[in-house]
Write a protein that binds this ligand. Structure first.
Ligand code: 5GP
Ligand code: MN
Length: 340
């Protein structure tokens, strides 16, 4: 019996009596984080458990249409309820993250929790420990990995709503099944999910055609006035100050996808997006090919993530952060130029 199947059976056995189960995910939740959390929420609720999803903070409107979204508890806004869940949970799932600090303000409380931990994640270099540990960097997304687990757990509990959540996370983490992380298993899972009669075009529309007019204008402004291209390093960056965000009525999620835009320029293999926040600069990195953005993020910007998609931050002013990034590029010139 393979290791994963053995773990699933053991977990299923443990959860054969009703329990208080908390599902958590990383700060700034994305489609995979919310998709996997709600898929698992729907799945576990069918077996009579008391279940909650708690996110560390807000997430974009384009993820707020998923089934049972109204039940998600936001730690930032509903701290007392969230704390009670953390304290009283018998089981805590960590979905789509593998370092406790990625849960931001929840980190301390989660580290004190007495619950049995279950990790389901696809990021490299886990530092979080858990009794049940499903960590697979080969998986395109946590949703893909979770789907495989659910099938072995009890396929009869997967329904259209679960399938919708799973498909959403797979779609967003693979850039609509385009990025390098998209594998045979991804397409197999996607085709199986279609058998649940999910509304594929509607899911796409809900996620990608759900922006304000101001957001589209902001995108135009970024491309026109804020993109810096460094052809000698096959790199480009975009940055947005708080003042510029105010000018365009910025809301959470408005800059989603901006980091990818420079990668559409012929020859560009590495892109960075810098978003000024009240207390920090949040940075997103993306690459094509073999340039390891996660190592770069880890080494220089207290971050991490996947090879081609990662993030980090600084506590410096925006301009100082940008300058630090620009000055790093020559150090990586050879590596970046080796990129085809
Ligand atoms: P995004 O740029 O969309 O915020 O994040 C891209 C990927 O990098 C995601 O897989 C996310 O989990 C990871 N990531 C983003 N920011 C950080 C960070 O500060 N630390 C770590 N370890 N991973 C990050
Ligand atoms: Mn993910």
């Amino acid at each position: 019996m393979d290791q994963q199947y053995h773990q699933i059976l053991q977990l299923k056995q443990e959860l054969s009596v009703p329990a208080r189960i908390l599902i958590t995910t990383h700060q700034g939740p994305d489609g995979d984080a919310i998709g996997s959390s709600l898929a698992l929420y729907l799945f576990l609720r069918k077996t009579g458990h008391d279940v909650a999803v708690v996110t560390p903070n807000d997430y974009p409107d384009f993820l707020q249409w998923l089934p049972c979204n109204e039940h998600v508890v936001n730690y930032m806004r509903q701290k007392a309820i969230a704390e009670e869940w953390i304290e009283k949970a018998g089981y805590i799932f960590h979905l789509d993250y593998n370092q406790l600090k990625r849960s931001a303000d929840m980190t301390h409380s989660l580290s004190q929790a007495q619950a049995v931990r279950i990790l389901i994640d696809h990021h490299p270099d886990p530092s979080l420990t858990a009794k049940y540990f499903f960590s697979e960097t080969e998986a395109s997304s946590t949703c893909e990995l979770l789907y495989g687990i659910m099938k072995q757990w009890d396929a009869a509990l997967i329904d259209r709503d679960v399938a919708t959540c799973i498909y959403t996370g797979m779609m967003t983490d693979t850039g609509c099944f385009c990025y390098r992380n998209t594998g045979v298993q991804t397409f197999l899972a996607a085709s199986e999910l279609m058998k649940y009669n999910i509304d594929r075009p509607k899911i796409y529309e809900n996620v990608y055609d759900n922006f304000s007019a101001q957001r589209m204008r902001l995108m135009g402004y970024c491309l026109n006035s804020k993109m810096e291209v460094f052809p000698e390093y096959k790199t480009a960056l975009i940055s947005l100050s708080l003042e510029e965000q105010q000018q365009y009525d910025f809301v959470v999620g408005d800059s989603e996808g901006f980091v990818n835009m420079p990668l559409s320029i012929r020859g560009i293999r590495f892109a960075a997006f810098f978003l000024e926040k009240e207390d920090k600069i949040k940075i997103s990195f993306r690459s094509k090919g073999s340039f390891p953005t996660n190592r770069f993020a880890q080494k220089h910007f207290k971050g991490g993530g996947h090879l081609n998609a990662s993030g980090g931050e600084t506590r410096w002013p925006l301009e100082k952060t940008l300058q630090a990034f620009r000055e790093l590029l020559p150090l990586y010139g050879e590596e970046l130029n080796g990129e085809q």
